[in-house]
Design a protein around this ligand. Structure first.
Ligand code: AKG
Ligand code: FE2
Length: 267
């Protein structure tokens, strides 16, 4: 049994120790990625610069329309099967009209080829986070139920760790189709993060887990005036971002929202 495994077992049994500030600080050291993006090893410097500056960027036509239509079919198939009652171990989460399937690259060879095996995504993620970063979550996110809301529709940060994410729209999407909303510039260090980040570690998923009350967000905005960006547009568009930044989902008004969601970080 490796040291990492022993430590994990110990902390599972001794949650009070794990939740302490000392362990939090140790975790932060262990998770320390690039302080500055690694421009020297990046083949897409302009894109990297924009992510560094704004926390996000949108690139249109990342995947061509004929391929995207095929990916949508490949990706919707396991979801529809599951809805028809088939058991699926890769189904992660369903809440308030939002569904997620993990390991989606298994079901969609084309999503694997065009997104999950993309050299460009890997180069950008490693240049932004760390050369040791890995793409560890490969999922598809589905919203089919207008009017329903779920946890991620509340403004939040995903983590205090460097989290680089790539999303791809699998169909044309407008404001009514529940676009992801990102607050530009909110990925940078700021006073409001300190308590929020520590509570993420201390209270875990049963706590606030990176989420903000509306009045907290109003106060932050009165100081920082972060501009919101909605990820909408044509099928095949790519959103890249630092998900330590503030963002939220939005409520589906009509139609559906299906997108690929790829998370990179140090694990
Ligand atoms: O469903 C959404 O648009 C938001 C998703 C989100 O917050 C995330 O993937 O980190
Ligand atoms: Fe999120």
């Amino acid at each position: 049994m490796g040291l990492k495994h022993v430590a994990k077992r110990f902390f599972e049994k001794n949650q009070r120790i794990y939740r302490s500030k000392a362990i939090y600080k140790l975790q932060r050291l262990r998770q320390k990625g690039n302080i500055e993006p690694d421009y020297d090893n990046c083949n897409y410097k302009d894109i990297l610069r924009e992510i560094d500056l704004n926390g996000c960027t949108i690139i249109e036509n990342f995947i061509p329309p004929d391929i995207i239509n095929k990916i949508l079919v490949e990706v919707e198939a396991p979801y529809l099967e599951m809805q028809a009652g088939k058991k699926n171990d890769d189904f992660w989460h369903s809440e308030g009209g939002n569904g997620r399937i993990g390991n989606i690259d298994k079901y969609s060879p084309l999503a694997k080829e065009y997104l999950f095996d993309s050299q460009m995504i890997s180069n950008l993620a490693k240049s932004y986070v760390s050369k040791s970063a890995v793409g560890f979550r490969k999922e598809a996110d589905f919203k089919y139920s207008p009017g329903e809301s779920y946890q991620a529709d509340i403004v939040h940060i995903d983590d205090w760790r460097h989290r680089f994410k790539a999303f791809v729209l699998l169909h044309d999407l407008e404001r009514v189709n529940a676009p992801l909303v990102y607050y530009k510039g909110s990925h940078k260090s700021a006073h409001w993060r300190q308590d929020l980040e520590y509570s993420y570690h201390k209270d875990g998923q049963s706590g606030r887990f990176g989420h903000l009350f509306p009045q907290e967000m109003r106060k932050i905005q009165s100081e920082h005036h972060y501009e919101s960006v909605h990820f909408e547009g044509k099928a095949g568009s790519l959103f890249l971002g630092d998900f330590r930044g503030l963002h939220s989902g939005s409520i589906l008004v009509e139609g559906k929202r299906v997108m690929l969601n790829y998370t990179w970080g140090l694990v």
